[in-house]
Design a protein around this ligand. Structure first.
Ligand SMILES: *[C@@H]1O[C@H](CO)[C@@H](O)[C@H](O)[C@H]1NC(C)=O
Length: 195
């Protein structure tokens, strides 16, 4: 095995073991694309989530914010007062706060969406759960899109309809490849090699 692939594998397994050791600083549009294409953030909320990430964490997935009470974790600065528990799965999201610090923001978004839904009921606008929302992200969808996402997508920026997820299973000897396609192009590929 060439040295560089070995190093990549080593880094990957260290990340898997330590989790929080692997932080990531997103580019704004990189985050917008990941939220839209991998995490399926609704089109009308996308720019607001990007705005919240910018003002909460400057897109740094490993930020811990220290407040008078409790700490906030990760790209969406999720609070350990209620939503996560440090050192063990817990809180209303049933998650270890440390797992909100790694480079995989899926669990962050899943928890953030839960927070959003709770505050939608409590305050009529789920984004109000984030202190940065009112001063920085409440100007409305069009204003947020102009500032945070419009330059990120080319022709396909208007996602008119809910994408239909087609799953195509391509079985070859020793390999199983699942292609998930939405919006008419492949956006995510899993590849598992069974040897
Ligand atoms: C991201 O946050 C971590 C943890 O606070 C910090 O060590 C690192 O320097 C930050 N990265 C940038 C580019 O600010």
């Amino acid at each position: 095995m060439p040295g560089s692939s070995r190093n990549v594998l080593l880094v990957l397994s260290i990340c898997a073991l330590l989790g929080s050791a692997c932080s990531k600083i997103y580019e704004r549009c990189e985050l917008a694309k990941e939220l839209r294409d991998r995490l399926r953030v609704p089109a009308e909320q996308l720019a607001t989530w990007v705005c919240i990430a910018e003002h909460e964490s400057r897109y740094n997935t490993s930020i811990i914010g220290t407040l008078a009470q409790g700490k906030d974790h990760g790209i969406f600065q999720i609070s350990d007062l209620y939503w996560c528990e440090t050192g063990d799965d817990g809180g209303a999201c049933g998650i270890d706060c440390n797992s909100l610090l790694d480079d995989d923001i899926r669990d962050d978004y899943v928890c953030a969406r839960r927070i959003y839904r709770a505050h939608q009921g409590l305050q009529g606008n789920g984004f109000r759960a984030w202190a940065v929302y009112q001063p920085h992200c409440s100007a409305g969808q069009a204003a947020n899109e102009a500032k945070y996402t419009n330059d990120c997508f080319g022709q396909d920026s208007s996602r008119v309809e809910e994408p239909v997820q087609r799953i195509q299973v391509d079985q070859q000897p020793g390999a199983l490849t699942l292609y998930f396609t939405g919006f008419g192009y492949p956006y995510y590929t899993y590849q598992n090699i069974f040897s």
